[in-house]
Structures are given as structure tokens and as C-alpha cells.
Design a binder for this molecule. Structure first.
Ligand SMILES: Cc1cc2nc3c(=O)[nH]c(=O)nc-3n(C[C@H](O)[C@H](O)[C@H](O)COP(=O)(O)OP(=O)(O)OC[C@H]3O[C@@H](n4cnc5c(N)ncnc54)[C@H](O)[C@@H]3O)c2cc1C
Length: 450
């Protein structure tokens, strides 16, 4: 299989030295690598939110025997190491482009689905007893320039009026009362849907519930080959072959070309990086009048996302590093640290406790992509959450499960924005170069305040 980045980022034996790993509590029990040839109804490749949500819903809602094949332990991919923002957005497409292409009704349906995705996570927590340390009452977007503040005002008005997501624009002063104060904050927008969570506790909780509901999980079981027979799929791993009637592809940013020809060249993984500080003292937090527990992102093209964690640590993340080489990891950590000290000068020199990284996943559709393969309706996929999979991957895993279980037609079962056909990137071998070019252009725009 072909890897677009340095092999270390695909290697499940490579430790993820995240703050979440240090605080998630005991690992999941009750799973084992596939050790012999087995059969099942639905094989799910990938054991993050998408795959585990699909397995849980197949087992619980349909009584269908599902088995998850995951290269690392359950949740090893992005699901166990993200920023924990559980929000309704999931597209890279602007609202104007979405409305122009899909019309107002489908655009509204898309945003309402994002809200439903957040509610699904809340329901899983409540109904299945998953404790994921929820924090906050919505999300904030912060304007990093005066011009961006005007744009956020207009965005908030459109979301409220047209798409039923009642957002509130806040002046710099109003935001200082309920958020924080800083030299690069020119105002903000409050989006009332969403919250912060502990992503690894959540994905481990999901794995435990899927097991309890009857699904099987084979961790440490990388799929190395996939053969299609007349009426079944042979999913080959080092320890054994799983023969299944149907398959769900849930590998998102960690998908490698060569897994299945239907997925080759259709996804563009991008590296997202996170650092956390040691717990800030009350005095340090008051240096920026920090009072909010809500997750926040800023209005840059190459945006930062950040939140104050329950124990007073500050978490900040950003895209960057387009190689995954170890030396570029060191540079990325240093860059993110310097950015933190610049944006919040009151915290200059606060020590950094953790740095980690992983893949978010873009698709040609510029929106989450859920469907069945054109030439094989026994294969469903759910991918491409554009860095917003905490809510969307859970919803999309369930949607993929329902597509297979109900024999539903994607056009009716998912919003048109999400049901776009999979498309290969032109000159797919050069995908990462598109990303490099886009980052260079975004960096210039951000510097010029455009
Ligand atoms: C640093 C970072 C910060 C992020 N922050 C946020 C955030 O705050 N909010 C948000 O909503 N989203 C965020 N995201 C994105 C979010 O984590 C993802 O969208 C989401 O986890 C996707 O879930 P998934 O199950 O589809 O994919 P993953 O969790 O990535 O799971 C895919 C799995 O497939 C497995 N796999 C791949 N190939 C094979 C194979 N051949 N055989 C077996 N297994 C295989 C991998 O090992 C991996 O575990 C962030 C991501 C990163 C990396």
C-alpha cells in the first residue's frame, strides 16, 4: 500500500504521546487481534469513531454481526488524539458555494445534520453511559482582525436567519466578559451547539459499548490485502482472513492507496498538531481574563483551535508539517509554541507538557462523504470530515451502517452535500503538493489580513 507521508505517522507501534493518553484511564479490554480465519456479516476496516459507531449501531439497532479490524488498539487513529471539539461543522466548502451548488434547502439540511451529529454524541454519552468529560456551552469563533470581525458578524446573521443555527456576534468587550482578552482578538461569535470533550475517553467508551452490544473488535490487525469473490469479500490480515458479505471503509485520514481501488486517490490527509501547557495558575489565567470552557477557533485561513482543559492546561492546535518527518515534528512543535507565546503574551515561557500530531482528512467533495461504492453496493464508506469528525464521524459511521442494513439509497439517506460521489484528485500522486501550495497561499493571505 502507498503512503503519502513519512512511515512513522502510519505506524501503530509509534507511541502517541498525547495528554489524552496520560489521562484516559485504563485501556479497553475484550478485544484481540484476528488470529485465524473467520466469517461475519459486516467487516469494518478502521477502529475510530466511524468504525466503532458503525459497529455499535449495526449490533445494537439491527442485531447484525459486525467485526472491526483496526491496525492499532481501538481509537489509535485521529479519534483518540484530536482536540476534542464536538461541533456541527464538517465542510471546507463556504456557505455561499454550498448554497450555490446544492440550494438553500439542502444546505439547511446539511447544517441541521451537523446539529444532529452533536446531539448523537450527547445521546451516546447519556444513553450508553460514556463519560467523556464534557465542557462548555457551545463553541466560539474569534476574529483575529477587524475585518474578520465584520465577516463573523455577517456569518452569524446568515447562520441564524437562513440555516437555523442561532449564532451570536460579540464585540471584543462583550467577549472579554465571557471568553478572554488578547491582542489578536477583535471580537467573536458564539455558536450555541457544541462542547469540548476528552476524545480518547470517548472513543474507548464507544469501543466498550460496541463490545457490550455484541460487536467484535480485532485491534493490532492491519488489513494488508482485500480480495472480492462472487458474493463475499476476503479481508486479509497477518493473523487470518475475515470473510464478510459486506464491508465498511472507516479508515479516513489513515487510508492508504492500495486498500481498495475505489478509494485510491480520493482522500487528502493533512497533519494537525497539538501542544498543551502545564496547568496554568489562576493568576496566569487572569492575565488574559480567561473564563470560558468552550472550545475556540480563530478566523485565520490557517486557523488555530484552542481550549482550556479541566485541569487548567491550555491546549492549542494547528495544521502544518507536510512531510511527517521527525525533524519537521520538532520544527512544528517549536512553531506552535512560539505562536502560543505571541498570541497570549501573558503566558510567555509557560512550559509545554505534550506535543502530538495525527491526520485529519480532506476529500474532493470538501464535505463529509458517505455512500456506497458505485460498482459495489456491498461496500459502504464514511470519510472526509475536514478536521471535524468528533461529531461527524459518529454520525457518518451510523449512516454507513444504516445504508448497508436498510439497503437505503444514499441520495435519500444523507444530505446531498454529504452524498456527493467519491472523486479522485487530478494527478492524485501530487495531492500533498496541492496542500503545500494552499498553505503557502493561506500564509500570505493571513499575513496580509485578507
Ligand atoms: C491533531 C488532531 C486534532 C483534531 N481535532 C479535532 C477536533 O477538535 N474536533 C473534531 O471534530 N475533529 C478533530 N480532528 C479530526 C477527528 O479526529 C477525525 O475526523 C475523526 O477522529 C475521524 O474518525 P475516524 O474513525 O473516521 O478516523 P480515525 O480515528 O483516524 O480512524 C481510522 C483508523 O483506521 C485505521 N486503519 C487505517 N488503515 C488500516 C488498515 N489497512 N487496516 C486496519 N486499520 C486501518 C487506523 O489505524 C485508524 O485508527 C482532529 C484530528 C487530529 C489528528
Amino acid at each position: 500500500m502507498t503512503e503519502l507521508y513519512h512511515p512513522s505517522i502510519y505506524d501503530p507501534r509509534h507511541p502517541v504521546q498525547s495528554y489524552w493518553e496520560d489521562t484516559a484511564g485504563p485501556p479497553v479490554e475484550g478485544w484481540a487481534p484476528l488470529a485465524r480465519d473467520e466469517m461475519c456479516d459486516v467487516a469494518i476496516i478502521g477502529g475510530g469513531y466511524t468504525g466503532l459507531s458503525a459497529a455499535l449501531h449495526l449490533a445494537r439497532d439491527y442485531g447484525i454481526e459486525a467485526r472491526v479490524l483496526e491496525a492499532g488498539p481501538p481509537g489509535w487513529g485521529a479519534s483518540g488524539r484530536n482536540g476534542g471539539f464536538c461541533g456541527p461543522s464538517g465542510a471546507k466548502m463556504s456557505v455561499a458555494d454550498m448554497t450555490a451548488r446544492f440550494g438553500e434547502a439542502e444546505t439547511r439540511r446539511y447544517f441541521q445534520t451537523g446539529i444532529a451529529a452533536v446531539e448523537l454524541v450527547q445521546a451516546l454519552g447519556r444513553d450508553e453511559g460514556i463519560d467523556f468529560d464534557a465542557q462548555g456551552d457551545g463553541e466560539y469563533a474569534v476574529a483575529h482582525s477587524a475585518r474578520a470581525a465584520e465577516e463573523l458578524d455577517a456569518y452569524a446573521a446568515t447562520m441564524t436567519r437562513v440555516f437555523g443555527l442561532p449564532c451570536q456576534a460579540l464585540s471584543r468587550e462583550a467577549f472579554a466578559e465571557r471568553g478572554y482578552r488578547g491582542p489578536e482578538c477583535f471580537g467573536a461569535m458564539h455558536q450555541p451547539v457544541g462542547f469540548g470533550l476528552h476524545p480518547l475517553k470517548f472513543v474507548r467508551g464507544l469501543a466498550r459499548v460496541a463490545l457490550r452490544r455484541g460487536a467484535k473488535i480485532h485491534g493490532e490487525t492491519p488489513v494488508i490485502k482485500w480480495e472480492k469473490g462472487n458474493s463475499s469479500h476476503r479481508i486479509i490480515t497477518r493473523g487470518g482472513t475475515l470473510t464478510a458479505k459486506r464491508v465498511i471503509i472507516a479508515t479516513n485520514g489513515f487510508t492508504q492507496d492500495g486498500l481498495h481501488k475505489g478509494m485510491d486517490g480520493v482522500l487528502l490527509p493533512a497533519i494537525s498538531n497539538i501542544i498543551t501547557t502545564r496547568p496554568l495558575t489562576a493568576e496566569e489565567r487572569s492575565a488574559h481574563a480567561w473564563t470560558t470552557a468552550n472550545p475556540i477557533w480563530d478566523s485565520r485561513h490557517l486557523f488555530y483551535y484552542y481550549r482550556m482543559l479541566r485541569d487548567g492546561r491550555f491546549l492549542i492546535g494547528a495544521r502544518g508539517n507536510t512531510t511527517a518527518r521527525p525533524e519537521d515534528e520538532i520544527a512544528m512543535r517549536a512553531r506552535l509554541t512560539a505562536d502560543l507565546y505571541r498570541i497570549w503574551p501573558g503566558w510567555r515561557d509557560v512550559p509545554i507538557s505534550h506535543y502530538w500530531r495525527g491526520f485529519v482528512c480532506l476529500s474532493h467533495a470538501l464535505a463529509p462523504n458517505v455512500g456506497v461504492l458505485d460498482d459495489d453496493p456491498s461496500v459502504a464508506y464514511a470519510v472526509g470530515y475536514h478536521g471535524s469528525g468528533v461529531a461527524w464521524a459518529n454520525w457518518s459511521g451510523r449512516a454507513a451502517a444504516r445504508l448497508l442494513a436498510d439497503n437505503a439509497r444514499p441520495a435519500e439517506a444523507v444530505p446531498a452535500v454529504v452524498g456527493q460521489p467519491l472523486r479522485r484528485f487530478p494527478l492524485a500522486a501530487l495531492r500533498v503538493w496541492y496542500l503545500r501550495a494552499a498553505y503557502a497561499a493561506y500564509a500570505v493571505k493571513d499575513r496580509l489580513g485578507l
